[in-house]
Design a protein around this ligand. Sequence first.
Ligand code: ZN
Length: 426
Amino acid sequence: MKNAIAIAVFGFFAFLLTAQQGTAAELKSVRFGPESGKTRVVFDIVGAPAYALSGDELGNGRLFVDFKGLSIPPTALALQPAMGHVANYQFVKNGENGMRAVLTLKKTAKIGEYFVIEPTAKVANHRLVIDLLKGDKAAFIASIPAQYPDLGPVIEQATAVGAADVAPKPAVQREVAAPPAKRVIVVAAGHGGKDPGAVGQGGTLEKTVTLKASKALKEILEKTGRYDVVLTHNADNDPRLIPNQAKELARRESLARNANAALFISLHADALERKDVRGGSVYTLSDKGTERSAKVAKTEGNYTVYQLDTREFKDNEYVGDMLFDIAQGKTNSASSQFAAKLLKKLAGKTPLLNKSHRKADLRVLLAPDVPAVLFEMAYISNTEDEANLNSAAWRKRTMGAVASAIDEYFEENQQQYAQTGGAGGN
Ligand SMILES: [Zn+2]
């Protein structure tokens, strides 16, 4: 892991340097060299490649190579069939002039070393070499380089005065300790601003109790030092709130994606004509919602799936659909997993409805690539629940349960990878 990070730093520098030079690169070919226990993937490129490696961190064995300013002439697309550890691969557009190579690995592969070979007297091309080695699911996840936005501190450490005290090794192999990355959680307080939401018998506004709850959850989560919490709004007069409801919901979705959120939690309070009904419930996306999400993504084309803008797929429907389906399937099962955990933690802390895990077509849950749940904390239309929603002690207890569900969800996911290795899949 440490090696992988050090090498990622190297990759990051390559990305920076060549991007600054502004050189446009052109792909000549992609080659595969299966050897015993290793598959060497070589991208032949004219011009220095600006690239970055990343991967599907849920362990589905997808490796992404993002190139900046790479053109791919039709001749380069007479691609060699995938071999060795690579099941298949293709290129998709990524941003304005970027390309992403998506390599689907066989389940037993992990990323080994990767580096660029400069042109020589005999070979005019740059060669980006990625070695794939035998490894299980856990090993694959561990081998994924840290994402570049997280690399700032790593680079700082690697280049800090005193770093040279560490045994002098070639730069690429120097080991640096990565600071633990904080997970980003987006918490959306339901309603707000001109939209009050439901109103309790005692006059409590839903937007008031959801905002208070979101702030309480943020405080608890950030105290652990493991999370960065992004709130959709910090106050009822937050200038970011958009009066148009559809636009506001769209803003919340894109907030979750742009923040690179690991989890999206929406907080609400329910209301019914029947005042005796009380208790919380948790919603995740239904199949109907999934269909709608897919439809919206294709028609509006404004979703980012695996950091790829679906608008880029207009001419390549197959790739767009494929990535979208994969992302959607992944996030739905992750959302359901978290919902189950949340209900378990809430039990005994606050009243819950009998059938408390609902599946619903709720617009707020439609972001296709971020696991999302909607927590109806209680019925604001029930006087006891309304009192709870206004109680600081209840809020602390209930949001504490939410925080511990979040902790357990992430802990368990990591353990699961380590235990099941490559055997599982999903
Ligand atoms: Zn609501």
